[in-house]
Write a protein that binds this ligand. Structure first.
Ligand SMILES: CC(C)(COP(=O)(O)OP(=O)(O)OC[C@H]1O[C@@H](n2cnc3c(N)ncnc32)[C@H](O)[C@@H]1OP(=O)(O)O)[C@@H](O)C(=O)NCCC(=O)NCCSC(=O)c1cc(O)c2ccccc2c1O
Length: 110
């Protein structure tokens, strides 16, 4: 659920989760390196949960998110996730600095 919420947030900022290569440049994506979730109340099958996503930290190449889960206005869980900005090179994932334009978009959600 956190990954889906993260992807929705990226899309809302106009950031593709897995863009196509343009002009032979390596596309950039966001593999996750850490995730955690604290459950504060039970959620049941078919419950409709709201997930509020915010950015808790922007590093050089990493971005951390906070996820607040609620049901009918009551807190259910709190999660965190850290992803790293990477070039999808032929050799695999290579860490790279978060581009300035993307950093500015994330800063709006700090
Ligand atoms: C992602 C890596 C390639 C980075 O490796 P590297 O060794 O270069 O990174 P650093 O150790 O220097 O850390 C970079 C950056 O992250 C912060 N960080 C690292 N670990 C943690 C942690 N546990 N908690 C918090 N923060 C952490 C560190 O402080 C640095 O921050 P700065 O801001 O200071 O730069 C390499 O780590 C790697 O490959 N990891 C495995 C990733 C993985 O397989 N994850 C499992 C889920 S799969 C996934 O999420 C995924 C998503 C995609 O979108 C993909 C797209 C295309 C292909 C594959 C994808 C994919 O597997």
């Amino acid at each position: 659920m956190m990954e889906s919420a993260e992807h929705e947030m990226l899309r809302s900022l106009g950031i593709s989760v897995l863009p196509k290569s343009v002009d032979g440049e390596d596309p950039i994506s966001w593999p996750r390196v850490a995730a955690n979730c604290d459950y504060q109340a039970a959620a049941h099958f078919e419950d409709l949960l709201q997930i509020d996503v915010s950015v808790s930290k922007i590093g050089t190449s990493s971005v951390s998110y906070l996820f607040q889960f609620s049901r009918d206005g009551s807190h259910v869980a709190k999660g965190t996730l850290t992803a790293v900005c990477c070039r999808l090179a032929d050799s695999g994932l290579l860490k790279t600095a978060i581009p300035d334009d993307v950093r500015k978009l994330f800063e709006k959600h700090l």
